[in-house]
Design a protein around this ligand. Structure first.
Ligand SMILES: [Fe+2]
Ligand SMILES: [Fe+2]
Length: 362
């Protein structure tokens, strides 16, 4: 590249932030107390208000339904036995049905403990045996608050994870579009990165990579030349040998591509393939002149696939090599520029694959 790329930077993914709006919402939310005994209703309501909660007290199911419809309630504390044959268990069933996020704590007389225990199986959060000390009520409410916070936090983290995965997918799509744009810059390199990607997949499978690693190198192959987005078309398309200066411009693309993806943490595993696919065994490659044993396996996969695709494709200054010429050319690199075992494994991997045939013969 002769200048910094004008392409939009892909580092657009905001760092996930756990916001605490749900916490504050919980603090503004109410507790609904239901008891047909006016004395107990008043005492429990007053106690919870003194604890800092917003509380509404009602004596029957009609009042409870109205309160649930009108207010944001996070907890219902209800007596099991209400007047006129109504019960807190009925209310529990309704709340579970219509307000699944609302927790229910039952207040029960000793004689009703077995039905309270049964109610736990049907989704009650807890029960309190009357008469209960205020500390018990305080502890029950505090457990409910902790439980709801934990639940909301888990839901939020879930949402963040889902959003992060969707954003990563979008980012990948965006980069693949960029790679397609790079291929399209020159009529001679159309489909280059797609073909390299396919060859990477074949090679990775032959090397025994697992599925995830195979997909990673296939994506690395697709994006390896992304840094060419800023390389002048006149150089890419030049119908003759490049000058030293032009070659120096071409040589900038691995580092430029790496700079492009470096700010995005999710793409960290692609960086070695983008940056080091022109390194060589003898340490004379670019951009870093890494000693051969420091070049990671993924980068070798992309390098060999890229090399093969380049020699078997038409270029502005030469026709594609024949299969025999290409095999001889790649073997010529073995032990000098590319480790010998990679060369031989690659040649085995592409046996019979139409994708590997020189341009115009597939
Ligand atoms: Fe390249
Ligand atoms: Fe390439």
């Amino acid at each position: 590249m002769t200048r910094e790329s004008d392409a939009p930077h892909p580092a657009l993914v905001p760092a996930p932030v756990v916001d605490d709006r749900a916490w504050h919402a919980l603090e503004r939310s109410s507790i609904l107390v239901v008891d047909d005994d006016p004395g107990i209703l008043a005492t429990v309501t007053r106690f919870l208000e003194r604890e800092g909660h917003v509380v509404e007290g009602v004596s029957d199911l009609t009042g409870a339904r109205a309160a649930l419809a009108a207010r944001d309630v996070f907890l219902v504390v209800t007596d099991i036995t209400l007047a006129y044959g109504e019960t807190g268990l009925q209310l529990l069933a309704e709340v579970r049905e219509t307000h699944p996020g609302v927790e229910v704590v039952l207040m029960t007389a000793n004689s009703e403990v077995s039905s309270a225990v049964e109610a736990l199986k049907h989704g009650a959060f807890d029960y309190l045996c009357k008469p209960f000390p205020f500390e018990q009520l305080r502890a029950a409410v505090s457990h409910v608050v902790d439980h709801i916070r934990a639940r909301e936090r888990a839901a939020m983290l879930d949402q963040i994870e889902t959003r992060r995965m969707a954003e990563e997918e979008q980012l990948e799509q965006f980069l693949v579009s960029m790679a397609t744009a790079v291929d399209a810059k020159s009529r001679f390199t159309a489909l280059h990165s797609q073909r390299v990607s396919g060859l990477c997949r074949l090679f990775a499978e032959a090397l025994g990579f697992d599925r995830e690693r195979t997909e990673l190198v296939a994506l690395g192959g697709r994006l390896h030349d992304i840094g060419k987005i800023g390389t002048p078309d006149a150089i890419l398309d030049k119908p003759g040998p490049l000058t030293a200066q032009e070659f120096a411009v071409i040589q900038e693309h691995p580092a430029k591509g790496d700079e492009l993806v470096a700010p995005v943490k999710a793409l960290a595993r692609l960086r070695p393939m983008i940056r080091w696919h022109h390194e060589t065994l003898d340490g004379k490659g670019y951009p870093d002149g890494l000693p051969g044993d420091a070049v990671p396996e993924e980068a070798w996969v992309v390098k060999v696939a890229d090399f093969w695709e380049a020699i078997t494709a038409r270029r502005p200054y030469r026709a594609p090599m024949s299969l025999e010429q290409a095999v001889a050319c790649l073997r010529g690199e073995a032990g000098v520029k590319i480790p010998r075992d990679y060369v031989e494994t690659f040649l085995e991997a592409i046996q019979g694959a139409p994708l590997a045939l020189p341009a115009g013969t597939a």
